[in-house]
Design a binder for this molecule. Sequence first.
Ligand SMILES: Nc1nc2c(c(=O)[nH]1)N[C@H]1C(S)=C(S)[C@@H](COP(=O)(O)OP(=O)(O)OC[C@H]3O[C@@H](n4cnc5c(N)ncnc54)[C@H](O)[C@@H]3O)O[C@H]1N2
Ligand code: MOO
Length: 345
Amino acid sequence: MSLKKVIVENSVGMVLAHDITQIIPGVKKGPLFRKGYIVTEKDIPQLLTLGKEHLYVWEQQSGWIHEDEAANRLANAATGESSNFEISSPKEGRVNIASTVNGLLKIDTERLTSLNSLGGLVMVTVHTNRPVQKGEIVAGTRVIPLIIEEEKIIAAEKLCSANEPLIKILPYRLRHAGMIITGSEVKKGRIKDGFGPVVKEKLAVFGVDVVVSTYVEDDCGKISKAIQSTLAQSVDMVVVTGGMSVDPDDVTPSAIKATGADIVSYGAPVLPGSMFMLAYLDNRPIMGLPGCVMYNGVTVFDLILPRILAGERISARELAVLGHGGLCLNCPVCHYPNCALGKGI
Ligand SMILES: Nc1nc2c(c(=O)[nH]1)N[C@H]1C(S)=C(S)[C@@H](COP(=O)(O)OP(=O)(O)OC[C@H]3O[C@@H](n4cnc5c(N)ncnc54)[C@H](O)[C@@H]3O)O[C@H]1N2
Ligand code: MOO
């Protein structure tokens, strides 16, 4: 198809090649005539008052496609036509991509940049590794010109679907957690446990149940044994709270090491949460949670947990890159994940 420019008075009976938007300040912004509309005699005065003395109408031409069709094709290619996404009807060449499930959003950011370097089209997303909910819009795509060479869309489709889709949602796979609350003051009843309820609630958001829960005093051997016996009860992961810092009674990192687990990192470049430990034993994650996870609203735990639950194995490098954007600004009202925390990747 190609465009033909005609004088508005000569457009009666012709097929409109684009939406015509009406804006009434403070009242309305939206299309008055839609692409594909056949112009009638009575529309002419209204078109003239909208400032349209000329219109673009369609002239069929092979090798070119309309922006709406192109945007639709791009959205389908980017999501691999997965049922985890719902693609909206095109509007003025824009298509929205929404999640139909709760899960971890994965964007191949390198390929996204390559796609957006092709020119003539844009693919725009929220950040990768975001925990998304059913119904949330996660991406939008728009074709810049009204019609575009089909060849360009074919190249974009190839890029979108190479090996695996550009945009994916990973379901949360881990369901059962074990929790070890350390601290002699808690074990001996000097204070009430305030950590367990916080962790339980954070896990429950993702549908994870704490199926084993143990209180242990600040003793390396006892904590280490508790981790092993918790893992023996077929949990998918273990969280150990407290004792992560540098006091003589902070023995949790040593206890995790003593289980023989592979230590990915002791320390993570996120504030709060810098004393975090991640380790794996028999491919099951063990997380050492510093006191700030109990105290602060959002910490490194909130950044890493959705990825762990989606079954990703987190490397030391993936923790290291969190430093860029890892500083919580302690806003008076927290809007996480709608903020910069953890978005430097
Ligand atoms: N010299 C340094 N001091 C601290 C550092 C550091 O790098 N150098 N790091 C700070 C950071 S960051 C954090 S976070 C905390 C880490 O604390 P821990 O994980 O070692 O926490 P604890 O010492 O076990 O407890 C701190 C505080 O919280 C209370 N607590 C602990 N567990 C519970 C529980 N289950 N229920 C209620 N209250 C609990 C505990 O009684 C302590 O009062 O260290 C900084 N210091
Ligand atoms: O582990 Mo503390 O990590 O930064 O508040």
